[in-house]
Ligand binder design. Structure first.
Ligand SMILES: *Cc1c(COP(=O)(O)O)cnc(C)c1O
Length: 349
């Protein structure tokens, strides 16, 4: 890569094996269902998460939107955590394009809603109310530094959903980070949900795309929604080919990213003036912040990291940072980050 980029795992470039696969990909018109690479990717993705069928989409946002619109319709309500990506960072798509109201609930520090509060939020069948239809979950949980939520939580939500005739959609943008960190098969996290979206373009390093998975009937509906939002692509096999490599070669190695994040967090926590909540460091993200008395802003520090070592880091407000590890970040990059920030902080505290 051309910089040492800790802003997100989305910045990761495709691997050499992916570029090779893309160049040689068998292709066809996917709107006719004739792209062999897309078909293979969708089959493989569905198998990984234990669902009948998959649908390749342009982004995680499109995956969540097409899934939600396949589950719910105008006047319906979706129960969702207050800092869930779908609610907070997808331009209000379910309301804008679907007429679906988010019913927002608080989460704990790790991104979990209280199952009893979810059950209590379900509306009575009364003409005053929207119709409760869906629960939206997320794993790993981005707003909690990518915390991997355990299978038990999803099983409990399944129970609430079944008792109240709701569907569950899981935004699993970083599903495999969660599975690898918890040392469970991804299917343990996805068996309790009706549909799941996961991203190929984040830690799995593919250049573009996500996959939505669910029952064959559900994916049939979702394909119509994808068409309606202009998301049907033609020779998408060039991109699917990178996704196939991602699913074959890039899942187990996410453990390396988690080790690197841990190493980074430990290094950062030793720097005077820097605070890290180690309890949240379980996957490939590190949230850290400037101690209250440090007389500069996160922006000042981020700028210096760029100038001094071509290191790019994400900001999360005036005193908070986010650093994310991925395929192109190794131990040397982590060490350089810690050393450079250490020098910068020595000059300000
Ligand atoms: C990145 C992300 C998305 C959206 O993916 P895009 O491909 O950027 O649209 C959705 N949910 C979570 C948790 C994410 O991290």
């Amino acid at each position: 890569m051309d910089k040492i980029d800790f802003r997100s795992d989305t910045v990761s470039w495709p691997t050499p094996a992916m570029r090779q696969a893309m160049a040689n990909a068998p292709i066809g018109d996917d709107v006719y269902g004739e792209d062999p690479s897309v078909n293979e990717l969708e089959r493989l993705a569905a198998a990984k998460v234990g669902k009948e069928a998959g649908m390749f989409v342009a982004s995680g946002t499109m995956g969540n939107l097409t899934a939600i619109l396949a589950h719910a319709t105008r006047g319906d309500e979706a129960i969702i955590g207050i800092n869930n990506h779908v609610y907070r960072s997808e331009a209000g798509a379910m309301a804008v394009l679907g007429g679906i109201t988010p019913r927002v609930l608080p989460t704990d520090k790790f991104g979990r809603m209280d199952p009893a509060e979810v059950a209590a939020a379900v509306r009575a069948d009364d003409p005053h109310y929207p119709h409760s239809r869906l629960i939206c979950l997320e794993n790993s949980y981005g707003a909690a530094a990518g915390y991997p939520i355990e299978p038990d939580y999803f099983a409990r939500m399944r129970q609430v959903a079944d008792e109240n005739n709701l569907a569950i959609h899981l935004d699993g943008a970083r599903l495999f980070n969660a599975a690898v960190a918890l040392n469970v098969d991804a299917r343990q996290l996805t068996d309790p949900v009706d549909s799941v979206t996961f991203c190929l373009s984040k830690g799995l390093s593919a250049p573009v795309g996500s996959v939505v998975c669910g029952s064959a009937e559900f994916i049939h509906k979702a394909r119509r929604v994808r068409k309606s939002v202009g998301g049907s692509m033609r020779q998408a096999g060039f991109m699917a080919a990178a996704g196939i490599v991602a699913l074959h070669e890039m899942i187990e190695r996410l453990a390396d990213d988690h080790d690197h994040a841990r190493l980074l967090a430990e290094g950062l926590s030793q720097i005077p003036g820097i605070e890290v909540d180690m309890e949240l460091v379980k996957t490939n993200m590190v949230f850290f912040s400037l101690r209250q008395d440090v007389p500069c802003t996160a922006n000042d520090i981020a700028q210096k990291l760029g100038e001094e070592a071509n290191i790019w880091v994400g900001g999360r407000g005036p005193r908070h940072f986010r650093a994310v590890t991925h395929y192109w970040i190794g131990e040397a990059e982590v060490a350089l980050f810690v050393e450079t920030l250490s020098d910068i902080m020595a000059g300000v505290v």
